[in-house]
Design a protein around this ligand. Structure first.
Ligand code: AHR
Length: 493
């Protein structure tokens, strides 16, 4: 049996667990919007067509911020097609997913949905086929009080008060050759800087995200970030990162170690951004907006796209997630928390049906996938100060990442209510007996131990174990291999 020791102490502070780390993403893709959050005529739908069962699951998931409307979709989108009387809205070709966009759902419906879901909206502007002017028009529509063309259009559409949207993405994945309006780093850097500068003239309170690389494997990764930030650093607040981990090849050891890659990716983006910041003599440090991340069986996308012509909202990449995928998602959340000092926003992609924690049937039920559980539990319990933990213990070999640490842990301490939550993932196949050294928290008691064991099952709920006993400020827990675990403690109040 392998053993490990983890010291958890209030002095090992990383930063606050920003609520924006528990974001999600709604794209006009597949059945995420149509048949996902929006289905007029569904038994749970309201008068706008928003599905009540999906809203309820979204609230239960604990999502804080939702990015909209894309993704690749935004790079060919005209936002004004989706506002005003529904009967007047045009049908358009969506080149990103080769579908017909009816525009029956648009910005104003999304803002109602976001309010009902209790989430902060994060909007993306089209910098693929469009540019500075359209971004300004959209911002005028959403954030300007009134007395101008677009703000008055909003009021005519029944929305008197401005939405006051704070978070904005300056386009999407423009480094990717698949992107409509794909750009070089020079072209995008200039455009992002000019768009950002002009947007802040309308509303200096907005926070802006420049596009980083579409993933760490892009040939231009790091050079792209450096060039873009040479132009845009002083005008933006975040640089984005995206990553998806593909379990299709069945290499379980490697997929379970995916967070090792995310960890290195974050470190590299931070190093690149800080290098540019230093060269530009900027004291302000940028944060990362990790605004797309998840497990994705990517080989299925081409298959879905090959099968059809121009249709409305076809089922696309409706991946069924396993318990192993849930353990990976739990570990990716641990990694995001461990970087709470530099990752300020994170959005799991996507929310409903499209590689999503929530699935729906047309006219029927909505349900939780395996990956719903680690997300919901982390969002609920990772509140307060994130504490650095350095688990020692065993390591094991993987094909994709070489030798990796078997244990991945983080702790979050809520100083107000005295709760201490320890998130621990055993990525290896052997169980690890782990001593949690909690002497820095006198009077602690354990209240709960929940676990998800890796496996092929898709019908997954967390397993409840006996909470560990504390002995002289130390608790011993057995972390099954491989598994995701949440161990909750409480200090006296
Ligand atoms: O989330 C699915 C797609 O993945 C997004 O549209 C795009 O940004 C990424 O490549």
């Amino acid at each position: 049996m392998d053993t490990a020791r983890v010291v958890i102490d209030p002095a090992f502070r990383i930063g606050e667990a920003d609520r924006r780390l528990f974001g999600s993403f709604v794209e006009h893709m597949g059945r995420c919007v149509y048949g996902g959050i929006f289905e007029p005529g569904h038994p749970s739908a309201d008068r706008l067509g928003l599905r009540g069962d999906v809203l309820e699951l979204t609230r239960e998931l604990g999502v804080s911020v939702v990015r909209y409307p894309g993704g690749n979709f935004v790079s060919g989108y005209r936002w004004e097609d989706g506002v005003g009387p529904v009967g007047d809205r045009p049908r358009r070709l969506d080149l990103a997913w080769k579908t017909v966009e009816t525009n029956a759902f648009g910005l104003d419906e999304f803002m109602v949905w976001a309010r009902e879901a209790g989430v902060e909206p994060m909007l993306a502007v089209n910098l693929g086929t469009r540019g500075v002017q359209d971004a300004l028009d959209l911002l005028e529509y959403t954030n300007h009080p009134g007395g101008t063309y677009f703000s008055d259009a909003r009021r005519q559409h029944g929305v008197e008060q401005p939405y006051g949207v704070r978070l904005w993405c300056l386009g999407n994945e423009l480094d990717g050759p698949w992107q409509v309006g794909h750009k070089t780093a020079e072209e995008y850097g200039r455009l992002a800087a000019e768009t950002a500068r002009a947007m802040k003239l309308i509303d200096p309170g907005v926070s802006l995200v420049a596009c980083g690389s579409s993933n760490r494997g892009m040939p231009t990764f790091a050079a792209w970030e450096a060039t873009v930030l040479e132009h845009a650093y002083e005008h933006v607040d975040y640089i984005s990162a995206h990553t998806y981990y593909d379990p299709s090849d069945g290499d379980r050891a490697s997929i379970l170690a995916s967070a090792v890659d995310m960890d290195a990716f974050i470190d590299e983006v931070v190093a690149t951004a800080d290098h540019v910041g230093a060269r530009l003599r900027q004291r302000r440090r940028l944060k990362i907006s990790f605004d797309e991340w998840n497990v994705w069986y990517q080989s299925r996308l081409q298959h879905d796209l090959d099968r059809r012509g121009w249709v409305e909202a076809p089922a696309l990449i409706e991946d069924d997630y396993t318990a192993t995928d849930a353990v990976v998602v739990g570990d990716l959340l641990v990694t995001l928390l461990r970087h709470a000092d530099r990752v300020g926003v994170a959005c799991q992609a996507q929310l409903v049906n499209v590689i999503a924690p929530i699935r729906t049937e047309k006219g029927g039920r909505a349900w939780r996938q395996s990956i719903f559980h680690p997300f919901a539990l982390t969002a609920r319990h990772a509140r307060g100060t994130v504490l650095r933990t350095e688990p020692g213990g065993p390591s094991h070999d993987t094909k994709r990442y070489g030798s990796v640490a078997s244990l991945s842990t983080v702790a979050v301490h809520d100083e107000e209510d005295g709760a201490l939550s320890v998130f621990a993932v055993n990525r290896g196949e052997s169980p690890v007996t782990t001593e949690l050294d909690l002497r820095g928290f006198p009077g602690l008691t354990a209240v709960e131990h929940l676990a998800i064991d890796a496996g092929d099952a898709t019908d997954v709920t967390p397993r409840r174990l006996d909470p560990p006993r504390l002995d002289g400020g130390r608790a011993t827990v057995r972390l099954a291999g491989p598994s995701w675990n949440l161990i909750r403690f409480q200090t006296p109040r």
